[in-house]
Design a protein. Structure first.
Lengths: 406, 291
């Protein structure tokens, strides 16, 4: 074999490796629930979140939030014992969708909670409709899930991507004009485009100027120098970015390394500086302003109580992911409480519209007619507090009415 | 021309810095493939070990901690290389697919272990040399240091392989292992040694790269991909090929993206495909081996 042939074969191997990295088996674990009560009213609930792969950190937070709600309610929802069946969403649809199919067919759950990756939610949403089992999305933000592809079987306790970006754009346009305009930057995937588009629409409608817009390849960008150089060359007076997890850590650290931090203000959706991401960024994140539907620093009795129990149980701060999954449990609690007798998927779907206000750590909210949360969003800024950095709440930007955002 | 150069100076400089890092990462993979004919998909795991060593010992930017991390990573990488020699020996002569399956499996095991020990969260590492220089509005000093270190490593490796007796043995083993063995040389030792050195370099590269890439359980797959592209472009088993490939990919990933941001997702593999079409053996890979 010539080296040339080996080279070509290696090229194939590279493609193989690049897909194998997305592996992550569908681990399952069945929680220990007490044996079925005499009336046999144990309710089977599916829980889908990434327990492996690049989103595992968010998945772990969701799991903790959901668990905490159950633990604080003696493992009961709506007065019934529940049996939570957890499956691993993995990195994307290739692991997430089959895991969900198993929940629906073999485990015969009456409701499912979770999902981080919008591609998984979009890939599985028809299965929920067909199986007549409600899905309560606790993170995935694709606008279509509660828009064009909305269904009475698909509910969401998190957000649609457009929601808070729209609010931030509107708010920033009311501030003193930004010389040179705002440079937009995000990872190249659906969420990146939806988030930036919503910001841009609201910001330009309010008279704001855009200095440039760019998308970095998702999952293969480790070095942001080419983008940072362009930001500088554009003469932008501010930067608005959508990055999460490892991308967010790399970007924020390099933003400081290349001398942009402190000179050009950095804005973005709150995932940029949420939870363990902020811990890893440390001082590099100081001063960044973000928007999100939650901040662990929110000073309300409900949140103080929630944060205290969460820290007690897991020795970590809760994140927006924790709260969204926690609230999904609260929604199920209220919906199951509306049902007399045996529980079915269609029974739950009939009960879900009757769920009233959820008294959440993020502040009270209720579902809109399109089954999205009608919630407040908060402007936050990273500030030093002792040895650590926190997302201090600067301003409550009020309720986002998703149906009003185009 | 001068205007274009000064506009893109930061991108070009950064391409060289990335190239230096990629060389330290890829040269071991290339040598192991050339000498042992082993396709080692666990190479990224040794880089991963280096990155976590840097995070554990030097995440606050301490220079002493960083040096300790370099030494520790070299030891872990070297030991890992020896272990991989032993693990792949029974597969000798069974083709590259079996080796790929074994080493990819080992890489997945390492990723799982890292998650068990250190958790899922990604981490950042402060550079031991902070601050930035006034080049094109600000360029991190550490990346210039990286260029210096990369040049030293490249010179040392090149000198060792091309101009020493041990290097001559290594090159001879690449060309015709059986003939070298017939001359009374212990080729097992040469093979283990090359694997250990390649592993140690990958571990050190993990430490050096930590201030840029941080540490997370999936870093191994990301860097392995880059290393494979580098050695395919440069030519398998060639030290200078690995250097050329690394510098080229460094430029593609910085200057290339700066000039053609919309094509960014295609640049890396587009470059590889182009090189494979024009020179199927890689830029400097002219020799042939028997299989």
């Amino acid at each position: 074999v010539t080296r040339g042939a080996i080279g070509r074969r290696l090229g194939l191997a590279i493609v193989m490796v690049s897909t194998a990295g997305c592996g992550g088996g569908a681990l399952r674990s069945e929680s220990s629930a007490e044996a079925a009560s005499v009336r046999g009213s144990v309710v089977r609930i599916g829980f889908v979140a990434p327990l492996s792969g690049p989103f595992a950190s968010a998945g772990e937070d969701m799991r903790r939030g959901f668990r905490l709600y159950l633990d604080r309610h003696e493992g009961r929802l709506g007065g019934r014992q529940v049996n939570v069946i957890e499956v691993d969403e993995g990195a994307g649809p290739e692991t997430g969708v089959p895991a969900i199919r198993r929940l629906l067919t073999r485990d015969r759950v009456v409701a499912t909670v979770g999902i981080v990756n919008s591609a998984v939610a979009l890939g599985a949403h028809q299965s929920f409709v067909d199986a007549r089992v409600p899905l309560i999305i606790a993170t995935a933000g694709a606008n279509d899930l509660t828009g064009a592809k909305g269904s009475e079987y698909i509910w969401r306790t998190s957000f649609a991507n457009a929601d808070f970006n729209h609010a931030f754009g509107r708010w920033l346009a009311t501030q003193p004009p930004i010389p040179g305009g705002v440079f937009l930057l995000a990872a190249e995937y659906v969420a990146g485009h939806e988030q930036l588009t919503a910001f841009k629409k609201a910001f330009t409608a309010g008279g704001g100027k855009i200095a440039g817009e760019q998308y970095s390849p998702f999952g293969t960008t480790q070095d942001f120098q080419p983008y940072l150089t362009q930001v500088r060359a554009s003469g932008a007076g501010a930067v608005y970015v959508f990055y999460a997890g490892q991308d967010a850590i790399g970007f924020v650290r390099q933003y400081k390394d290349f001398g942009l931090a402190g000179r050009i203000p950095l804005y973005g959706p709150g995932f940029l500086t949420e939870g363990p991401t902020l811990v890893a960024q440390g001082a590099a994140a100081d001063g960044i302003m973000t928007i999100l539907n939650y901040a662990s620093e929110l000073d309300t009795p409900v949140n103080r109580d929630f944060v205290a129990s969460y820290e007690m149980a897991y020795d970590a701060e809760p994140t927006a992911f924790s709260v969204q999954a926690h609230d999904a449990a609260a929604v199920l609690d209220a919906a199951l409480g509306e049902i007399d007798g045996s529980v079915s998927g269609s029974g739950l779907v009939a009960a879900l519209p009757k769920v009233g206000e959820i008294d959440s750590p993020r502040g009270p909210w209720r579902f809109t007619p399109r089954r999205n949360p009608d919630q407040h969003v908060y402007l936050r800024q990273v500030r030093r507090e002792g040895d650590t950095f926190v997302n201090a709440v600067i301003e409550d930007l009020g309720p986002v009415r998703p149906e009003a955002t185009p | 021309m001068i205007g274009w150069l000064s506009d893109n100076l930061v991108s070009i400089l950064n391409g060289v810095a990335l190239g230096c890092l990629l060389f330290a990462l890829a040269v071991g993979l290339s040598l192991v493939f050339g000498i042992l004919d082993v396709l080692n998909l666990a190479h990224g795991s040794l880089f991963l070990a280096g990155a976590y060593a840097a995070w554990k010992l030097a995440d606050d930017g301490s220079a002493t901690g960083f040096l300790f991390a370099v030494v520790l990573a070299a030891v872990i990488g070297g030991a890992g290389g020896l272990a991989l020699t032993a693990a792949t020996r029974p597969l000798a002569g069974r083709g590259h697919l079996d080796q790929a399956l074994l080493t990819l499996g080992l890489a997945l095991v390492v990723t799982e272990l890292v998650q068990m020990w250190f958790g899922h969260d990604p981490h950042g590492v402060l550079a031991p040399v902070g601050g930035s220089l006034d080049i094109g509005g600000g360029y991190p000093t550490y990346r210039l240091v990286l260029i210096g270190v990369g040049v030293v490593v490249a010179l040392l490796v090149d000198r060792a392989v091309e101009h020493t007796r041990v290097g001559a043995l290594v090159r001879a083993t690449v060309c015709d292992s059986d003939m070298v063995a017939a001359l009374g040389v212990n080729t097992r030792l040469v093979r283990s040694g090359a694997f250990a050195v390649g592993g140690a370099l990958a571990g050190v590269a993990g430490v050096l790269g930590a201030p840029l890439l941080g540490a997370n359980p999936h870093l191994d797959a990301q860097v392995l991909l880059l290393a494979l592209v580098v050695i395919v472009i440069g030519g398998l088993g060639s030290v200078r090929g690995a250097l050329l490939g690394a510098l080229l990919i460094g430029q593609v990933q910085s200057l290339g993206i700066a000039l053609a941001p919309r094509q960014a997702p295609f640049l890396l593999f587009g470059t590889m495909a182009l090189v494979l079409v024009v020179r199927p053996a890689g830029l400097l890979g002219t020799r042939t081996v028997s299989s």
